[in-house]
Design a protein around this ligand. Structure first.
Ligand SMILES: [Zn+2]
Length: 362
């Protein structure tokens, strides 16, 4: 069976196929003149996939009390949990059984029956390898809101620290980002575009009440959406320049994590859902109906990330997450506003806005 570099999203796999330097037409995704991989004559992907498959156990070999909701089919695991393939799950199945032909003959139940990660059912393993130990995110939310706020034992901070290092990225001096404030037609001067004064900041998903972080977005349109400008509002948009090289934790990288880097794949697999949950919670828009306790869980995580020393010896300067108000946009909450200088403010006159909604209760 012939597949190609375009059949995959995973950067490690793409790299391997490109390095073979075979050009041709792909019979899996039908792209023409691409870097191809022939499962009959190439074996460069076999070890990678065998190793990944090795972290899963078919239902036939799992203990009877293994939680049913933690079982899935391999083709779905590879499609939903890992961003490896760029083809649908039926094609994933055929391609995988061809890539791992020997494994398929040896253990077809791994490909055909529901599978799970046996460590998910092992209390000791979870205590030392899962961000939330043996708990679910909802248990942590309940704990921090109603029981123990500052010294909760629900989070394994050692694990969180390791996983942050998987999604850290540098941000170069000179990077341009934006922040909007609804204003008068005359707009705000540059010195009024920064974070609120210390002690004055209202609580957000990343910053606790009174602690002022600078929330910036990747472009002007994201920031206009983020500030929720209404029709006929004037909005001042400040352009901010980063004054030094820094390192941030980037939750948008979660979708690009490769299980083929050879480090801690089982641990990554059992924490992927937790990390996605944290990422989605941080990105969730604030609602008027939110109570002051609703932001505590993500504030706790952010506060810990702020305290971590990364490999270069510095601390993380901020957290990047996707914008839920503007598709493809992203936001970064910076812990110290002095990292940036606001160099310019433009005033926008909002002519109209577009509503998107779902009807509830259907
Ligand atoms: Zn292809």
């Amino acid at each position: 069976m012939i597949c190609c570099e375009k059949c995959f999203k995973d950067s490690e796999i793409k790299g391997i196929i490109k390095s073979l330097n075979n050009n041709g037409d792909c019979e899996t995704c039908n792209k023409k003149n691409v870097f191809i991989y022939d499962t009959e004559s190439n074996d460069n992907l076999v070890d990678n996939f065998n190793e990944l498959l090795g972290i899963y156990t078919p239902i036939t070999s799992l203990p009877k009390d293994f939680p049913r909701e933690k079982l899935s089919l391999l083709k779905d695991v590879l499609n939903d949990k890992w961003n490896i393939f760029n083809i649908d799950s039926e094609k994933i199945y055929s391609l995988l059984t061809n890539i791992c032909k020997e494994k398929y003959e040896e253990a077809p139940e791994l490909f055909d029956f529901p599978i799970g990660i046996s460590e998910i059912n092992e209390k000791d393993y979870l205590e030392s390898h899962s961000i939330l130990k043996t708990h679910e995110w909802e248990d942590f939310v309940e704990e921090i809101k109603t029981k123990n706020r500052f010294h909760t034992k629900y989070i394994n901070t050692d694990v969180l620290e390791v996983l942050c290092s998987f999604i850290e990225r540098p941000l170069k001096k000179g990077t341009k980002l934006y922040r909007a404030r609804i204003s008068e037609e005359s707009g705000f001067p540059v010195d009024k575009m920064g974070a609120p004064a210390p002690g004055k900041a209202s609580a957000g998903r990343v910053n606790p009440l009174g602690i002022n972080y600078l929330y910036l977005a990747d472009d002007r349109l994201t920031t206009l959406n983020e500030v929720r400008a209404g029709a006929y509002d004037y909005v001042s948009v400040g352009e901010f320049i980063l004054k030094e090289d820094i390192t941030i934790v980037d939750f948008t990288l979660l979708e690009k994590i490769s299980p083929f880097t050879g480090v801690g794949t089982t641990q990554l697999a059992i924490n992927m859902d937790h990390l996605r949950k944290i990422s989605n919670e941080i990105a969730k828009p604030l609602r008027r109906s939110d109570g002051p306790l609703d932001y505590l869980p993500t504030q706790y995580i952010a506060d810990f990330i702020k305290s971590v020393k990364h490999e270069d010896g510095g601390t993380y300067a901020g957290i990047k997450y996707k914008s839920t108000l503007y598709e493809d946009g992203y936001n970064i909450a910076f812990f110290d506003e002095r990292l940036f200088e606001c160099v310019e403010v433009c005033v926008y006159d909002v002519k109209g806005i577009e509503y998107r909604f779902n009807l509830l209760g259907e």
